[in-house]
Unconditional design. Structure first.
Ligand SMILES: NC(=O)c1ccc[n+]([C@@H]2O[C@H](COP(=O)([O-])OP(=O)(O)OC[C@H]3O[C@@H](n4cnc5c(N)ncnc54)[C@H](OP(=O)(O)O)[C@@H]3O)[C@@H](O)[C@H]2O)c1
Length: 256
């Protein structure tokens, strides 16, 4: 019988694993990075802000490999690929942005900006890591959003990018049964992304709490990591209402 107790097993799940995480310089990605580095993981952390990447490197000189890249660029992942070790155990695609469309005025440039990082950067990642699986990835996590469970005013670009992302990976994982996929649908989390919001954010939690839930979900290899549960229950229930009622509710939010 193993000498390890349950807490030891939890503490060493990510130890010495090579993990790629995108969007490590703030919010949820930064909190996940801290948790995994504390567990002894070797983290390849990707973001654009070199100073913030260096701050993490100063704290964890041995286990953190900063990778500066703009994943919205077509060449973003090519630059990253050259800096990775030969084998990657886990990929966590977290980088993202949110921009709102105002008054239903369709802004194609805005929608493209949002899709470039929230959707297409994560599709390029799938091409890199999953076609032929030359890195032998065993676990793969995508941070989507609860936003796509119920259409909110101004959320056209953001919600559509996340709905597309969730659908893409729910479908793609069917062709990769040997890899443990987790799709994450957070509610509101306190980060620089939501600091810009000018409306009430019910059930908002801290990024550390969100990271804790995500990391525990990954350790259990959960297919979907949705939180907070009460917000998720309400959103999913609203999403199942007849379309006429959903329309009335959504329209009420516009008129508020
Ligand atoms: N906060 C919430 O309430 C909430 C809810 C649901 C889902 N989410 C999702 O959770 C993820 C993290 O969000 P967050 O709230 O933690 O946001 P955040 O604090 O704004 O962090 C976003 C991260 O993504 C990186 N990033 C953005 N654009 C990039 C690009 N073009 N190339 C490389 N890295 C880029 C940023 O780093 P640099 O600026 O240094 O590049 C930053 O590290 C996002 O996918 C978001 O949609 C958040």
């Amino acid at each position: 019988m193993s000498d390890l107790n349950k807490n030891d097993v939890k503490a060493c799940y990510f130890a010495n694993k090579n993990i790629v995480i995108t969007g490590v310089t703030s919010g949820i990605g930064l909190s996940i990075t801290h948790l995994l580095l504390k567990q002894g993981a070797i983290v390849y952390g990707i973001a654009r802000n070199q100073d913030k990447l260096n701050d993490i490197k100063t704290k964890y000189p041995d286990n953190f490999i900063p990778v500066e890249a703009d994943l919205s660029d077509d060449s973003g992942w090519d630059d990253v690929a050259n800096k990775l070790s030969d084998s990657i155990d886990t990929v966590i695609l977290n980088a993202g942005t949110c921009e709102y469309m105002e008054n239903g005025l369709v802004d194609v440039d805005l929608i493209k900006r949002v899709f470039d990082i929230n959707f297409f950067a994560n599709i390029s990642a799938a091409k890199l890591f999953l076609n032929e699986n030359k890195w032998s990835v065993k676990q793969y996590c995508v941070v989507s959003s609860s936003a796509h469970f119920f259409a909110m005013p101004r959320g056209e670009a953001y919600g559509a990018s996340k709905a597309a992302l969730s659908y893409f990976y729910e479908s793609l994982q069917l062709s990769h049964p040997d890899i443990a996929f987790s799709i994450v649908h957070p509610g509101f989390v306190e980060t620089p992304l939501t600091d810009k919001n000018d409306f009430d954010m019910p059930f908002k939690i801290t990024s550390d709490k969100a990271a804790d839930i995500i990391v525990k979900g990954l350790m259990k290899k959960k297919k979907q990591i949705n939180f907070p549960w009460l917000f998720m229950f309400i959103l999913k229930t609203l999403g199942k209402l007849p379309s006429s009622l959903r329309y009335k509710l959504g329209k009420g939010m516009v008129e508020k």
